[in-house]
Design a protein around this ligand. Structure first.
Ligand code: NAP
Length: 246
């Protein structure tokens, strides 16, 4: 029997350390989106399962006794698949999700939107030099509305799509120190991001506050009420200990 840890986040890597220290048998799973991922300690498998059906087969074949979904707050597809598969097969599931920024300093002044299309349309009305930190996969939603701006775009991996010639692409993986963000954001006039939460990518939010520029922020999806959720790796490790070590 083994525990499946759906990862791709700093919190998942922290939990992997705690599980290893506690002698829990587990395997971490990564989507394989980035070419040189930060790997957690312990066994790792890379690549998707093949939807809910594929994940159910995996749970069965690998005799998975419990699942911790520690994927990014915006990895909605994987989280939905985990919930569907675990519910269907009666496998205990925990969601490890860092708190969002809805109560952070300045959050009441930000422009909260429900999706990237809304973010793109609103941003077009707010500035000419937006700083897009929405992730490579969402950039396509911004190209039309912001094609004629001088957007600064930061991504971890090169986007598959061609970006407008007026955009500046920056490939860089966080965390980004505060002083670096101050320099980078000196001439941007609107920050566009999603509610990733946590401290890892907070510096840009602080700089936007210092410079008093507008922030457009995409809300998270609502977590299903049936799902048990914890906010930090220590609480997740306690949950694993409480259900009995695989
Ligand atoms: P997603 O849209 O929710 O997932 C799409 C598909 O990718 C899933 O159906 C699954 O494929 C596969 N997948 C996703 N996470 C996986 C995992 N941990 N292990 C194995 N397969 C996984 O996910 P996403 O937004 O593309 O994010 C991909 C990964 O990057 C996640 O693990 C997430 O933690 C990490 N990440 C995402 C973001 C973000 O902003 N979305 C930011 C930082 C890190 P199958 O259906 O074939 O199983």
């Amino acid at each position: 029997m083994t525990l499946l840890l759906l990862g791709g986040t700093a919190e998942a890597r922290e939990l992997a350390v705690l599980l290893q220290d506690a002698g829990v048998r587990f395997v971490s799973s990564l989507a394989g989106r980035v070419s040189q991922p930060r790997l957690p300690v312990g066994a790792v498998q890379i690549g998707g399962f093949g939807g809910v059906a594929g994940l159910r087969s995996y749970l069965h074949e690998m005799r998975v006794s419990a699942v911790v979904d520690a994927t990014h707050p915006f990895a909605d597809g994987m989280s939905a698949n985990a919930l569907a598969a675990c519910t269907a097969d009666g496998v205990p599931l925990l969601r490890l999700e860092r708190p969002g920024w809805s109560n952070a300093p300045g959050a009441e002044r930000w422009h909260w939107v429900d999706n990237h299309d809304e973010a793109a349309a609103l941003t077009a009305t707010l500035g000419r030099r937006p700083f897009l930190t929405v992730g490579r996969q969402s950039l396509g939603r911004f190209v039309g509305p912001l094609a004629h701006t001088s957007a600064l775009v930061r991504v971890v991996e090169e986007p598959a799509m061609t970006l407008p010639p007026t955009w500046t692409l920056l490939m860089s993986r966080g965390p980004h120190p505060l002083d670096d963000e101050r320099g980078l954001m000196a001439d941007v006039d609107v920050l566009v991001t999603k509610d990733s939460g946590g401290s890892y990518t907070w510096a840009k939010m602080q700089v936007a506050g210092e410079r008093d520029i507008p922030v457009v922020i995409v809300r998270r999806s609502v977590v299903p009420s049936a799902l048990e959720v914890v906010a930090d790796p220590v609480a997740a490790a306690a949950w694993v200990a409480a259900i009995g070590q695989p």
